[in-house]
Design a protein. Sequence first.
Length: 133
Amino acid sequence: EVFDPYMRSSSNSLSASTSQLLEWHLDFPASFSNYKYHMLISASGTGPTTIVDLEVPLTLDTMMWKTIFGQFPTDARWIGPLNANGDAMITQGVPAGAASAMVGNTLYFAVVLHKRSRPPVLSSTVLPLTILP
């Protein structure tokens, strides 16, 4: 399966020793303007995993299950509406030291789109974020 990108990030790494602002820019076709985006995160890799009939480029693990059900490690806007152009931005500030326990790990991010209370219909590509000292 080939995944269209639809998403880019401000960085593919995070230094646990400094404060950093992470941004994920979502750029879906305007025809999806009334859809909700839902960020999914895996700590295990790039799968893929099938959700209903949609292949998502993430490995199903505990973290992914939590994000499927809306349990995220922070209060960033991980779920929300796309604008009239099919775009959105997710920002996450990470204070120095907050990710120290994750040094050496990589988290994998992908966004799925869905209508309210409906199964997902489209997935972004996967973007990794490696936690550095």
